[in-house]
Structure formats: structure tokens, C-alpha cells
Design a protein around this ligand. Structure first.
Ligand code: 0A1
Ligand code: ZN
Length: 872
């Protein structure tokens, strides 16, 4: 669908190198009550490799005060000034451009550019926020050295930070002060950052292997220093890990992390001055869960790793976003696997991929890892670019092995340090270092959609031969009706009747098949008995794999597979198949069933001596959004009821085991965040959750006791979540007590909002509507919006309510929010991605809600793109 004012898309094929380079940037930033005056001095020179042309600078919401070239004020005939562009028609070959603008950070509710938050002023420049600070060729292939001087009132804003090293500071008249920072590294404008605020700081130092001392600082809201220790430890761990794993050292004298409560995303890797959402910095046992602690490790590492993969080597243009994001997610995943548990890390990655990226890849916003067109780049910070991008890097790692991958990384940095490059450059480094031809692999970067692989096995007893035949298809996606086959690494093992791995030749128990055509057969010789195949071990490729497993084969894999991922996977298939079959039964008015074999298989896992974290993952049922992808027409009520029915059946069948385990796993000693303890807590809380499926007052009382007595947020919140989903009054009691206790901890209030928005209770929408008016909610704060509204949008049964109430409610909130913060509004609009998978009545409600949104005058480009594509 298009409208008369459709914003124009941008295309990768139109990329042209910049006609002008900027070598140095000097910024003087003066914060005054009537706005901030930014004076910029740019050393500009013509790019000799490009045909001469005008200098085009980007800007947005800038009040231009003056323009000069080489000290001479620009004559009006020399330039064209628009709202969002400044074109200097025929500048000299090399010149100094001076511009002076006023900006209004206090009115900046988009949180892009320079904006006000509670404790001061902060920046967010990726991808196109720098143009909201000053006129600039705001594209990542223009890299410059920056010097920044900040001036502000000293008492209100004692902290003045920018990228690089502090070189001067001092007092000025009228109680003001200044600081000058010089960043010796050339960088694209999206990595620029400055902070003018009142903050406390936790300082530390780090010595690199080569002996360089780095000053570390974590800046947070006054009074929160006791919540910074974990992030500081994570930073130092990440630095050590990158040295040990990739030989990459920190190149900076100062590495600062600043936490801000108003932030659109998780965190930002600005050179030497990372700016983080408080959610990924602040943690203390009583306010943060084990999952929060682990996420902080991952996000701190992610931003630190960007210093090499993103900052030292950056992206030529925004189509290459996955060059830095896919690779950096892969690196943070590996860090997480090495730091915590490799097997549970992989399970969680895949669970996340299936819940978020697979639906994206099957919906109206589907795009390749390296998109070829976009309307609004902010809409492309997606699960596909990040998580599928990481899977693509992981497949390269699988195909060439760890050592060649390391050589590929070395080659990449040797070739491209200091450059802005493309995904092809990265793959070429891997190809050259390994000697492998990656031409057939490039489909993964170009093609959207999740390939579907079907496997068939046949065993020839006389020939002692097992033949595995694989076929692949990739469904059409917007703009890509016909798909080419992908090169898919399929890791395969064969389990013998005793559950042991068969020898696939030379003692190997896992083979990596390179599956690259529509259909291919792979033959395994010397196989003595019909095996059960263990396919796609460790999830070796981001595909959907179909194999017609029997229930007993899945139970065999669940009990014996030497690949822990596939043990988990077997359980997910067993549960998923049963839930879908039961959803169909319930929709026909029949009762749900639970075969004894499924209960027995679950008991075997529960009572096994596996790692508790693994047991918990194995007994966590697949999510509704993930299962919905397997239904031709989604019936969210039947799906929800079928999933709950299985949970109840498992609880009834394993009640004594859950209870015994709950008691056996009771904490010994005070809380500490540690992988093993976290695993035990996770399993114990899973037992509590299952017991409460039985809807008994005694188990609710037990949950309430845990809620009241816990010395840590993990156990307290798990009990709260159990009660908030259960019947009885205990949920309301706990919710009220939780808010009374934590109302002054913003991040804990977010949990309180989310647990209500995600609740199964029948009156959830009414509750969310009430919470919109609660003092705890604020539509201007992204974390609050994500906690309440996006969680509701992910509440499968309530968002997709048959009467359309969920759709109408969320669509109206998107409209309200669009006037404040288009990026966050567009993220919320993604809740509508899968509306076409539902019945015609729900579709009619969703279409009406989307059409009303689409018709609104003044819709942002961000929301327009999402809604327009949803309606196509
Ligand atoms: N590069 C950051 C993510 C990020 C992207 C955009 C932002 O604002 C619009 C903020 C952060 C990362 O990958 O961590
Ligand atoms: Zn990133």
C-alpha cells in the first residue's frame, strides 16, 4: 500500500563514495537556558576519486545561526539551506567550514541526537543522530578526528565528557566550567558522544597484556554506585577475553560507560564513551535477577567488543550494519558461552531466534541479513541483522573451524583497520585465511526467509548403510519471490540403539554435511543397526528442520544424545508436537491428551544428573509465538489452553518430583551471582511454577512465602510471576507489596509493569489500561513503554483477543507514542507483524487498527514503514 506522501526508500545499489572528506572536527558546545549552541569547525577536502560535486551536509531540527568558509561568511548564492540539508554548491578543493547552530535538547523526546534525561544531557548518534547536533555529512564512511569543548553550569552539571582523552578543563564566569576532549582515533559521526550531567563515578584501571594502563569509569545516577560493581567486573572480564581469544587489546587511555534511564535501545558503543541503558549497567542482588546479571555481562562485552568490530573497522554504509552487529553478537555469545555455560547459552540463543527472528523472517518486515533497501534505517536494528547475522558468522566458524576463523579475523584487521568496509570484505578475509570458497555462502547475506530443510533417512541392513536425504526450500518473502538454495552446514550424529554415538569414520561422531542444492543424499557406511539421527547438532544453521521422528525416538534422543543442544531440541519437539495436536483437539471441542510416554520422558530429564540449568531449559515448554509459526491458521486461545494443559499434566504427573526437587534445591547461604547457583535457582523456580499449575492454595502459600523471604530479586520475582499468573488473591497481595517496596527503583518498577502486562489472567488488558494512568508509567520513557506496552503486544492470547480489543489498544498507543518517539513507536508497531496468520475475523480487526494508524496525518517515517509493509 502506498500513500501520496510515501517516504522514499534508499537502495544499496545507489551507494556512491562521498565527494568530500572531513579530516578534523572541532566542536564547541555551549549549554544555555535558551538552548545549546554548537559551533563546528570542519577541515574538508575533495575526494579526488570521485567526480567533483557539491558538498552535501545533513541536518535536522537545527537553528542555523551562521555559516562561513575559511573565515568568510557564506554568501546566500553559495549554498542552499533546507530543513534537512545544507548544500554548498562549489567550495574550494580544501577548506575550513564553520557553522553555528542552536539546538533544543530539552525538547528532544525522540532521544536521538543530544537530549535531556533526569540527571543531565546525553547523546545517541547511531545511526543518524549526529545531524541533530550539527551540519555534517552524516554517513559512516566519512571518518574524522574530533576535538570537543563543552561549557555548562558547574553546580548543575559537574561531569563533562566526550570521546577520547581530557586535555583541558577549568572554571568560567558565572559559575560555569568547561572541559576539552580529544579523540586521537578517526571515527564516523555515529560514534560521537558527549555527556553533560550530574553523576557519580566508579573508577578502576585495567592493564592490558602489552602493559598499557586503561582508566575505567562507570558513571551513574547519584546514589547508585553500589549497583555498578558487576558491570565493572564484566568490563574487565571482556577485556581479558578479547585479548585471549582474538589477540585484541584495548587501544584507549580512557574507557567510560555512562548509564542513562531514558534510552531507546540497550547500549551504544561510542568510541571510549559507551552510553548504556541503566538496565544493562545497574545490578545488586536485591534488585536484579540472575538473568539481569547475565545480560549485563553480555551487553557490556558487546559494546566493548565493538571497539574492534565496529569502531576500528566500521561499516561503509548502513546496509552493512550486520558487518558489525552480526559479528559482535557472535563475539558476545562466545564470551557468554565461555564465561557461563556453553550449552545453556546456545539453547537460549536459539529459543530467542525462534521467538523473534523466525517470525520476523516470515512476516512483512522480512529482510536479508544485509538488506538491499530501507525506508528508515532505525527500523533495521532487527533480530535478522543482529541474531541471524550472528548465526551467519557462526556458520562460517563451523565451516572453517576455530583456528582458520582466528586467522580470518587477523586478516580482516590487518587489511581493514581504520576503514569503513562491507560484508564482502569480511567474508573475503575468512575465505583467504581458510582457502575455502565462500561464493555459494553469500546467499545468506542476500536472501531473506528461513530455509526449511526436510530430512529422510533410510537404513539398508544388508549393506550396513544409512542414507540421509535432505531437501531445502525457502519461502518467498517481500520482494523475493524465488529463492536460491543456501549452503547449509548440517551437523549430524547417529545414535545407536544403546544411545551411544556411532563412529562415522575415523572415530568421528559428528559430521558437518555441506548441503548446498535443492536435494542431496549423504551416505554413512559401516552402520550396524538402524540409527536414530541427531540432526543439526548445536543448531548448526538457522533453518527449520523437519524429520518425522516417532515419540520413542525423541525420548531416546532426549535421554541420550551426546549433543546437549539436540537433547533439549528433542524435548522441545516432543512437547511442541503434543501442544499443537492438543490445540487442534481443543479447537474441535475434544479434550487435551498427555501420553504417559511424555510424562516419563520428562521425569527422566528431571531426575537425571544433568546440570540443573539444562534440566530447567529442557522442561520449559516452547513459547506460544514460536509454536504459532507452525500453525496454518493460528488459534491463540486453543494454543494457550493446550500449552497450559500440558504444563498442568506435567505438574500432575510429576508433582512429587517437583516438590522434592524444590525442597532439595533450597538455597544454602546468602545469594551470590554465579552460574551454578543461578542454574539451581532457575530449576527450583521452575518447580515452583509447575506446582502452581495445580491451582492449589498450599502451593500459592509456598510461593508467597518465597516472595516474602527471598534475599534476592531472582527468587522474589519468580514467586511474583508465578502468583501474578495464578488464581487466588495472593497475586494481588504480592503485586501490591512489590510496588510498595520497590517504587523508587525504576528498573524494578519495569519488572512490576511487565509481569502484569504478560499475565495470563483474563483481565490483563483492563489492568494494562489502568497501569497507563499509574504514576509508575511514563510514555516518554522507552523502558516503561517496553515493559508495559511491548510486553502486552507479546502476550499472545491477549494481544490477539478475538474481539480486536488488544489490536485497537496497541494501535492507539502507537499513534500517541509516534508524536513523542517514532523509533520506539515503530518497535511497538512490530507487534502486528504476524496478523495475517490469524483467522479472518481477527484479521479484519487487525487490518482496521493498522489502516486507522496508516491514515493518520503526520505519521513518522519509522511507523509508516512498518505499518505500510504490514498492510501490503
Ligand atoms: N549499536 C548499538 C545499538 C544501538 C543502535 C541504535 C541506537 O539508537 C538508535 C542505540 C543503540 C549496539 O549494537 O549495541
Ligand atoms: Zn552492537
Amino acid at each position: 500500500m502506498t500513500s501520496a506522501v510515501s517516504p522514499a526508500p534508499v537502495f544499496l545499489k545507489d551507494y556512491l563514495p562521498p565527494a568530500w572528506w572531513v579530516d578534523t572536527v572541532s566542536l564547541d558546545v555551549d549549554l544555555r537556558p535558551d538552548g545549546t549552541v554548537v559551533s563546528a569547525t570542519l577541515a574538508v577536502r575533495r575526494n579526488p576519486e570521485v567526480a567533483p560535486g557539491p558538498l552535501c551536509l545533513n541536518g535536522a531540527e537545527l537553528e542555523t545561526l551562521s555559516l562561513a568558509i575559511d573565515g568568510q561568511s557564506l554568501s546566500p548564492s553559495a549554498y542552499t539551506l533546507g530543513d534537512e540539508s545544507l548544500v554548498i554548491t562549489a567550495p574550494p578543493e580544501r577548506f575550513t567550514l564553520e557553522t553555528k547552530v542552536r539546538i533544543q535538547p530539552d525538547r528532544n523526546t525522540q532521544l536521538s541526537g543530544f537530549y535531556r534525561s533526569k540527571d543531565g544531557y546525553f547523546t545517541q548518534c547511531e545511526p543518524q543522530g549526529f545531524r541533530r547536533i550539527t551540519w555534517f555529512p552524516d554517513r559512516p564512511d566519512v571518518m574524522a578526528c574530533y576535538t570537543v569543548t563543552l561549557h555548562a553550569d558547574k553546580a548543575s552539571y559537574p561531569v563533562l565528557l566526550a570521546n577520547g582523552n581530557p586535555v583541558a578543563q577549568g572554571d568560567e564566569a558565572d559559575g560555569r566550567h568547561f572541559a576539552t576532549w580529544v579523540d586521537p582515533f578517526r571515527k564516523p559521526s555515529y560514534l560521537f558522544a558527549m555527556v553533560v550531567a550530574k553523576l557519580d563515578v566508579l573508577r578502576d584501571t585495567y592493564r592490558t597484556t602489552s602493559g598499557r594502563e586503561v582508566q575505567l569509569g562507570i558513571f551513574v545516577e547519584p546514589g547508585k554506585l553500589d549497583q555498578c560493581g558487576h558491570a565493572m567486573a564484566a568490563l574487565k572480564k571482556s577485556m581479558r577475553w578479547d585479548e585471549a581469544t582474538f589477540g585484541l587489546e584495548c587501544d584507549l587511555d580512557h574507557y567510560m560507560i555512562v548509564a542513562v534511564g531514558d534510552f531507546n535501545m540497550g547500549a551504544m558503543e561510542n568510541k571510549g564513551l559507551n552510553i548504556f541503558n541503566t538496565k544493562y549497567v545497574l545490578a545488586r542482588a536485591d534488585v536484579a535477577t540472575d538473568v539481569d546479571f547475565e545480560n549485563i555481562d553480555r551487553v557490556v562485552a558487546h559494546e566493548y567488543f565493538h571497539n574492534w568490530t565496529g569502531n576500528r573497522v566500521t561499516c561503509r554504509d548502513w546496509f552493512q550494519l550486520s558487518l558489525k552487529e552480526g559479528l559482535t553478537v557472535f563475539r558476545d555469545q562466545e564470551f557468554g558461552a565461555d564465561t557461563h555455560s556453553r550449552q545453556t547459552a546456545r539453547i537460549r540463543e536459539v529459543r530467542g531466534l525462534r521467538a523473534m527472528q523466525f517470525p520476523e523472517d516470515a512476516g512483512p518486515m522480512a529482510h536479508p541479513v544485509r538488506p538491499s533497501t530501507y525506508v528508515e534505517i532505525n527500523n533495521f536494528y532487527t533480530a535478522t541483522v543482529y541474531e541471524k547475522g550472528a548465526e551467519v558468522v557462526r556458520m562460517i566458524h563451523t565451516l572453517i573451524g576455530k583456528d582458520a576463523f582466528r586467522r580470518g579475523m587477523d586478516t580482516y584487521f590487518a587489511r581493514h583497520d581504520g576503514q569503513a568496509v562491507t560484508c564482502e570484505d569480511f567474508v573475503a578475509a575468512m575465505a583467504d585465511a581458510s582457502g575455502v570458497d565462500f561464493t555459494p555462502f553469500m546467499t545468506w547475506y542476500r536472501q531473506a526467509g528461513t530455509p526449511r530443510v526436510s530430512a529422510r533417512g533410510s537404513y539398508d541392513a544388508a549393506a550396513r548403510r544409512y542414507t540421509l536425504t535432505l531437501t531445502q526450500v525457502c519461502p518467498p518473502t517481500p520482494g523475493q519471490p524465488d529463492k536460491a538454495p543456501c549452503l547449509i552446514p548440517v551437523a549430524v550424529g547417529l545414535l545407536g540403539p544403546d544411545g551411544r554415538d556411532l563412529d562415522l569414520g575415523g572415530g568421528r561422531t559428528t559430521a558437518i554435511l555441506q548441503f548446498s542444492t535443492h536435494e542431496q543424499s549423504f551416505v554413512f557406511e559401516n552402520i550396524d543397526a538402524a540409527p536414530v539421527p541427531s540432526l543439526l547438532r548445536n543448531f548448526s544453521a538457522p533453518v527449520v528442520l523437519d524429520f518425522d521422528y516417532q515419540e520413542r525416538e525423541l525420548a531416546h534422543l532426549l535421554a541420550h544424545d551426546s549433543d546437549p543442544f539436540n537433547r533439549w531440541e528433542a524435548g522441545q519437539r516432543l512437547f511442541g508436537d503434543l501442544i499443537l495436536a492438543n490445540a487442534a483437539r481443543l479447537a474441535r471441542g475434544e479434550a487435551a491428551e498427555c501420553p504417559a510416554g511424555v510424562i516419563a520422558a520428562a521425569r527422566t530429564v528431571l531426575l537425571s544428573d544433568s546440570d540443573p540449568a539444562f534440566i530447567a531449559e529442557a522442561l520449559t515448554l516452547p513459547g506460544e509465538a514460536t509454536l504459532a509459526e507452525r500453525m496454518a491458521v493460528v488459534d491463540p486461545d486453543a494454543l494457550h489452553a493446550a500449552r497450559n494443559a500440558l504444563a498442568r499434566a506435567l505438574a500432575a504427573g510429576l508433582e512429587d518430583d517437583f516438590l522434592a526437587l524444590y525442597e532439595r534445591l533450597a538455597p544454602v547461604g546468602a545469594y551470590q551471582f554465579d552460574t551454578a547457583d543461578a542454574g539451581r535457582r532457575r530449576l527450583r523456580n521452575l518447580c515452583l511454577g509447575y506446582l502452581n499449575e495445580l491451582d492449589r492454595g498450599g502451593y500459592r502459600a509456598q510461593a508467597l512465602r518465597q516472595f516474602e523471604q527471598a534475599d534476592n530479586m531472582t527468587d522474589q520475582f519468580a514467586a511474583l510471576a508465578t502468583l501474578a499468573n495464578a488464581g487466588g488473591d495472593e497475586g494481588d497481595t504480592a503485586l501490591a507489596a512489590f510496588y510498595a517496596r520497590w517504587q523508587h527503583e525504576a528498573l524494578v518498577v519495569d519488572k512490576w509493569l511487565a509481569v502484569q502486562a504478560g499475565s495470563r489472567r483474563d483481565d490483563t488488558l483492563a489492568g494494562v489500561e489502568r497501569l497507563m494512568a499509574h504514576a509508575a508509567f511514563d510514555l516518554k520513557n522507552p523502558n516503561k513503554v517496553y515493559a508495559l506496552l511491548r510486553t502486552f503486544g507479546g502476550n499472545h492470547r491477549h494481544f490477539h483477543a478475538a474481539d480486536g480489543s488488544g489490536y485497537r489498544f496497541v494501535a492507539e498507543r502507537i499513534a500517541d507514542l509516534d508524536a513523542i518517539n517514532p523509533q520506539v513507536a515503530a518497535r511497538l508497531a512490530r507487534c502486528f507483524d504476524r496478523w495475517r496468520k490469524f483467522d479472518t475475523s481477527r484479521q479484519a480487526h487487525a487490518r482496521a487498527a493498522l489502516a486507522a494508524l496508516h491514515a493518520r496525518p503526520g505519521l513518522s517515517r519509522d511507523v509508516f514503514e512498518v505499518v505500510d509493509k504490514a498492510l501490503v
